[in-house]
Design a protein around this ligand. Structure first.
Ligand SMILES: *[C@@H]1O[C@H](CO)[C@@H](O)[C@H](O)[C@H]1NC(C)=O
Ligand SMILES: *[C@@H]1O[C@H](CO)[C@@H](O)[C@H](O)[C@H]1NC(C)=O
Ligand SMILES: *[C@@H]1O[C@H](CO)[C@@H](O)[C@H](O)[C@H]1NC(C)=O
Ligand SMILES: *[C@@H]1O[C@H](CO)[C@@H](O)[C@H](O)[C@H]1NC(C)=O
Ligand SMILES: *[C@@H]1O[C@H](CO)[C@@H](O)[C@H](O)[C@H]1NC(C)=O
Ligand SMILES: *[C@@H]1O[C@H](CO)[C@@H](O)[C@H](O)[C@H]1NC(C)=O
Length: 890
């Protein structure tokens, strides 16, 4: 079960009071006054052909006019005629990867008349310029609506005039204009200017004068199934877009192309992965930051271009161009503005912050039970046990296999009796096989998930209005249409059936395969050849290599859903499933905070679900990339996030698994998750800590115990994210936006404002080099101080590097060593949520007195634990209010 709804924990945990008589030795970290970011990118010029022809050094933004050649750069040589036929310009480019065929400057749209100003913004009519003969079927007239939504948020919407177009349903994502009438030209933080021909909009910050974006570029195209627009951005400090396996946190701008379209694909390629997050962050030269969301759910791609004139070209396959620009004072500020707009992240129950074990491929109940028992015996702190579809009858949801998983509900009850929790997987694909249904019905006569859904008409329909049938683990499957409000009661009913009738008392739900996946391409009958299944332009998405199919590994694009055609709403499938699953749990466990974890996501899904990184692999590189993915999804509004500790695919190793625990103990969501094996004959070894023996347990337990100790801190950070919007697992530059060196760091991370983690990410390494930004840093394990700069840290296998930043007081909790679970939850009492221990880093003597909320703490409760660190124990401070700590200077 989930937590009862609780009072919020104290905002910052503990406040430090200063007065003349008290002195805090906490060193205030210096924030760099001069926020100057050096642009470090030197442009490397590659000359393809220096001999006879003229090679161009690009001076301005150029937009590819023959994107169909993107995978055959060798054909660029011979594309001149084709290019001229399209009315575009052809030049050899010095820049490797730059298009040789690009739009002329008179391509696009121009304004038709006056730009109409209103109290909230502007309305502009556009018409195609004569030179624009290049795109077939593009709309001749467009409407542009520019709305000042708040003083630091602006919406720019471009759509064809007088034409119905698909738009993301407000039920999915509704970013409303502030009701404040005074968001006007004077009060807004930005200035909007227009270029008439070709049409473009520029947004300038009033305070710094930085042009945050400028769309006055050739290549604006709006046609039925191809929409394109480019934006010039302020510099090359670009972050975000997802979901991908990015190999660096800061984007490589050199003509990289990233596609977005939800897809069942693990983070081991450069293709589009599970989530669709069409949003970036640009950190301006002075450390201020802006974010731009394209609210569009169609298959799309972005193409980046480097210095000079860094820019992004968007190409999407439907809907409208609906941009939201957020202007923040800093990266952290803009993240909070963004999350407030798309929906603040859900607040998970406290127990979810514990350590979890999961595997796909437990043989049977005895296998899972022995994992539970051996980790209990090894005294591994451990709050959640997860089950994949192994426990189901032939992968049919809401069942369990009474032979291999005999008395499974009793095992779940036993977990609960021990204060632990059970979480099950829940795939959307509903098995239709009537023989299996009959087999289940011989045990549960009421079981009729597919039949009841058919009767109610809740499944995604195919082009002929029949139920679309694909294939997932249960064999042939139907897909609930979670965008249909009618689906909610049906879905809630079967979740309740599983918990109350089948008797598996799950505490949370893990929704997977919700891109959605189909092993049959499109459907068991394939897909028709029509404009949705085979659109004229297919972005560079995975699967498109074969035959241009968007439906590869998913369902047909001409499927019909309540919110629209699957072509338009594909990337919203998981979003809608998360919404209905969240509400189902609310209804099954009234008064408890639901916890849903999803693999696929769209912008704003963080309101309803947390996420994990998906099917990573047991490699050292994957461990590194997990840090980048977590940082990005924290920006996107998914602070409670983690990667599979020790890796999902591949057989893990002892050393990798030790190091991954030392990293994963600091993931906001900490789960060791193992795959099954490549096939039945190749099973991966177990990778729960106890499976490796006592030496392993001794190596990883200190990191896990440290996690448990700082849970009040983590909980407070997640609460802040839930109430104000924030990232919890963050890149260093979020805390040090003026530090240009911090901008590129992605092998270390900050957990909240106070912890800096420097994990070992290389096999055999017994030291690691890390960067320490301005301030003073205390090694959590030794109390040793580290000064700013690049430092090499000796890190034998038993050591992990957690540094505490001077100037921060961190609430701790002593884990209940007897139980090794999060105690407040079993008691179910909000008032039990306390922090007991407080450590003051940087205090190198025992103060003669120390007061908490004006009450003196007995000297017995205060000790110097390291040369630099004073610890107070037994405080029992409620997390539901702020406390004040003061101490003497002698
Ligand atoms: C613009 O907003 C400010 C408040 O921020 C208000 O004082 C001013 O009257 C408004 N101007 C107009 C033209 O409405
Ligand atoms: C935006 O770009 C256009 C085209 O280069 C330029 O004329 C205009 O001045 C720019 N706007 C701003 C505010 O820089
Ligand atoms: C169900 O069982 C019957 C009888 O054994 C068989 O003929 C039929 O093919 C089975 N159906 C499926 C979908 O496997
Ligand atoms: C399609 O099927 C649904 C559900 O069975 C039904 O409600 C609807 O009327 C059908 N639409 C058409 C056009 O036949
Ligand atoms: C996985 O690794 C373990 C030891 O690390 C080894 O015993 C086992 O054979 C490996 N499994 C496979 C299938 O290679
Ligand atoms: C001191 O510690 C003891 C035991 O740990 C605890 O019972 C007591 O409440 C603490 N006193 C204060 C004032 O925190």
């Amino acid at each position: 079960m989930s937590d009862p709804i609780q009072q919020p924990p104290a905002k910052t945990g503990v406040r430090t009071q200063r007065s003349k008589r008290t002195r805090t030795l906490i060193l205030v970290s210096l924030i760099c006054g001069a926020l100057v970011v050096a642009l470090t990118t030197g442009l490397v010029l590659h000359f393809r052909n220096k001999t006879n022809e003229e090679v161009q050094h690009r001076q301005d933004v150029i937009v590819d006019c023959l994107p169909e050649l993107r995978r055959q750069p060798e054909k660029m040589e011979n594309s001149e005629t084709q290019c001229q036929f399209k009315g575009c310009l052809w030049r050899r480019q010095a820049d490797e990867g730059a298009p040789w065929c690009y739009y002329p400057s008179n391509h696009g749209y121009r304004t038709t008349g006056n730009i109409q100003a209103s109290t909230t913004g502007y309305r502009v009519g556009l018409q195609q310029m004569d030179a624009t003969a290049v795109e077939d079927n593009s709309f001749s007239h467009l409407d542009v609506e520019v709305t000042r939504q708040t003083t630091n948020r602006l919406r720019i919407k471009i759509s064809p005039k007088d034409k119905y177009r698909f738009e993301v349903s407000p039920d999915a994502l509704n970013i409303e204009k502030s009701s404040d009438l005074f968001v006007n030209e004077t009060s807004a933080a930005y200035k909007i200017t227009f270029t008439e021909s070709p049409f473009g909009i520029a947004v300038t910050r009033k305070d710094s004068g930085v042009v945050v974006l400028n769309t006055s570029l050739p290549g604006l195209v709006l046609s039925d199934q191809f929409l394109q627009m480019s934006v010039r951005i302020s510099n090359e400090n670009l972050f975000g877009f997802g979901e991908h396996r990015h190999q660096s946190i800061r984007h490589d701008m050199r003509w990289k192309r990233w596609s977005m379209f939800t897809r069942d694909s693990g983070p081991n390629s450069d293709w589009n992965l599970y989530g669709h997050q069409p949003v970036y962050m640009n950190v301006e030269d002075d450390g201020k930051a802006n974010m731009l969301l394209l609210k569009n759910s169609n298959a799309m791609e972005v193409v980046l271009q480097p210095h000079p004139e860094p820019a992004i070209t968007y190409k999407t396959t439907g809907g409208v161009l609906d941009f939201y620009l957020f202007l923040g004072d800093s990266p952290k500020h803009v993240v909070s503005l963004y999350q407030q707009a798309v929906g603040l992240p859900m607040f998970p129950p406290y127990w979810s912050l514990g350590y979890h074990l999961c595997r796909w491929g437990y043989e049977d109940i005895n296998d899972m039970r022995s994992v539970i028992l051996r980790n209990r015996a090894a005294e591994i702190p451990y709050d959640g046990q997860w089950g994949d579809f192994d426990t189901f009858i032939k992968a049919f949801v809401f069942t369990y296999d009474k032979t291999k998983w005999k008395n499974f509900p009793a095992l779940v009850d036993d977990l609960r009796a021990n204060g632990q929790h059970f979480i099950t997987i829940l795939d959307p694909g509903i098995g239709v096989d009537e023989n299996v249904t009959r087999e289940v019905q011989s045990i549960y006569p009421e079981y009729d998930v597919f039949g009841s859904g058919e009767t109610l008409g809740v499944f995604v329909r195919n082009a002929d209005n029949g139920t679309l049938l694909g294939e997932v683990w249960p064999g042939v499957t139907a897909y609930p249409d979670f965008t249909n409000p009618e689906t909610q009661d049906w879905w809630t009913r079967w979740i309740r059936f599983y918990i109350e009738h089948v008797g598996v008392k799950v505490d949370a739900l893990w929704i997977d395969m919700n891109e959605p996946t189909s092993f049959a391409r499109g459907s068991i009958e394939g897909c028709r050849r029509n404009k949705w299944n085979f659109p004229p332009y297919v972005p560079d998405v995975d699967g498109s290599r074969a035959d241009g199919a968007l439906f590869d590994k998913t369902i047909c694009m001409d499927g019909q859903q309540y919110w629209g055609r699957h072509y338009d709403v594909h990337s919203l499938y998981a979003h809608s499933m998360a919404m209905q699953t969240y509400r189902a749990l609310e209804s099954v466990y009234p008064g408890k905070r639901p916890w849903v974890m999803t693999r696929s996501s769209y912008a704003g899904t963080g309101r309803f679900a947390t996420k994990w990184q998906g099917d990573n692999r047991a490699t050292w590189d994957d461990m590194h990339y997990s840090i980048i993915s977590l940082m990005e999804f924290n920006m996107f509004g998914f602070p409670m996030n983690g990667a599979d500790i020790c890796g999902f695919w591949l057989n893990t190793t002892f050393e990798l698994c030790v190091r991954w625990h030392q990293l994963g103990a600091f993931y906001p969501f900490s789960r060791n998750h193992n795959g099954r094996g490549d096939d039945n004959s190749y099973k991966f070894r177990h990778q729960d800590p106890a499976s490796f023996g006592q030496t392993f347990v001794d190596l990883v337990k200190p990191a896990l115990m440290t996690r448990y100790r700082f849970l009040p801190y983590l909980y407070t950070l997640l609460y802040d994210a839930h109430t104000e919007g924030a990232s919890v697992f963050q890149p260093l530059f979020f805390e040090f936006p003026g530090d240009s060196q911090a901008m590129n760091i992605d092998q270390q991370f900050m957990l909240g404002p106070a912890f800096l983690v420097t994990p070992v990410l290389k096999q055999g390494a017994r030291s690691v080099t890390g960067y320490f930004p301005d301030g003073l840093w205390y090694d959590y394990l030794t109390g040793e101080t580290t000064k700013p700069g690049t430092r090499t840290l000796v890190t034998p296998l038993e050591k992990f590097n957690l540094h505490v930043r001077a100037g921060h007081v961190i609430p701790w909790q002593e884990p209940d060593v007897g139980e090794l679970i999060i105690t407040p939850e079993i008691q179910g009492l909000a008032s039990r949520l306390k922090f007991d221990t407080l450590e003051i880093f940087g205090l190198d003597f025992l103060p003669s007195w120390l007061k908490v909320n004006d009450i003196q703490v007995p000297t017995a409760n205060i000790s110097l634990v390291h040369r630099n660190v004073v610890q107070c124990t037994g405080l029992g401070l409620p997390m539901t209010s702020s406390s004040t700590i003061a101490w003497s200077s002698y």
